[in-house]
Ligand binder design. Structure first.
Ligand code: PLP
Length: 266
């Protein structure tokens, strides 16, 4: 029988990130978020942390060479529809990964992770400069929290809305097409500012009191990446990204509301 088997095109996402063996953050969180959204996930490891819910014991950065070999292996075989980056470790890794991302041919969501929730540095001193110089200009969307935004802008950000709006605009001037600034608590709510390249919108969510937020940033950026992978490449990228951001912050806000306490810490 002459039967044509047509394989549906797959939504595939690649994360380039560090390992959190407790499964709350890092590439483990990213892969779970991809899976939850029905997206096939791949991961390139940049660093290995030894940690559980009580804290981080050790952080070992991989060589830029080893990171790039993993990247080349998967990219030459399984092209993703979106790439997400998390903890990138060193300025050297950022420089070499960025050189490759120039020709990746898909949207890039950059979560400029700098320290773990427990305060362990996840990047070296050269990384902030490398983010500014080579990574942000390549990014479709960056998702810094307030601390990361201050490091990238090299200035303090005030608590008033005007300064948050100005900081969002200044982040976009560093090169990314779009910015999601996770501003944190504002007037008793959780505030995010999204700059699409044209206008800034403020997105306000209910704030939930819990310490169990390890990996919330990773999960948000990974969910946004997954929703971009699921959206039609023919549609306007800013529109696809805005829809992905709306979905991602609602999903992660819900997850934080019902966050279980799995370990002895949080
Ligand atoms: N990546 C790794 C490997 C981590 O261990 C952490 C936090 O511990 C993060 C990223 C950032 O996690 P969060 O989403 O809580 O900012």
């Amino acid at each position: 029988m002459d039967r044509k088997v047509s394989i549906a095109p797959h939504a595939i996402a690649l994360t380039i990130a560090g390992s959190d063996p407790s499964g709350g953050a890092g590439l483990q969180a990213d892969l779970k978020a991809f899976q939850q959204n029905g997206v096939y996930g791949m991961s390139v490891v940049t660093l290995i942390t030894v940690q559980n819910t009580l804290g981080v014991g050790r952080v070992e950065m991989l060589s830029a060479d080893l990171v790039c070999e993993q990247y080349d292996a998967v990219m030459s075989d399984i092209p993703p529809r979106v790439i997400k980056t998390g903890a990138l470790g060193t300025g050297a890794i950022i420089a070499e990964v960025a050189a490759r991302l120039k020709t990746c041919g898909c949207p890039i969501v950059v979560d400029p992770v700098m320290v773990s929730k427990h305060g362990a540095p996840l990047v070296d001193d050269a990384a902030v400069m490398a983010y500014r110089e080579v990574m942000l200009p390549l990014s479709t969307l960056i998702t810094p929290n307030r601390f990361e935004a201050e490091r990238l802008l090299d200035r303090k950000i005030g608590s008033d809305l005007d300064d948050l709006l100005e900081a969002t605009q200044q982040l976009q001037e560093l090169g990314p097409e779009m910015v999601l600034l996770k501003a944190g608590e504002f007037d008793g709510s959780q505030l995010h500012l999204f700059y699409s390249g044209e206008t800034i919108v403020t997105l306000t969510l209910e704030r939930h009191r819990t310490d169990c937020t390890q990996g919330a940033g990773c999960s948000l950026a990974a969910t946004i990446a997954a929703r971009i992978a699921l959206s039609s490449p023919e549609e306007d990228l800013a529109k696809r990204t805005r829809a992905a951001v709306d979905f991602g912050i609602a999903a992660v806000n819900h997850a934080i509301r019902f966050a279980p306490k799995y370990g002895n810490g949080c």
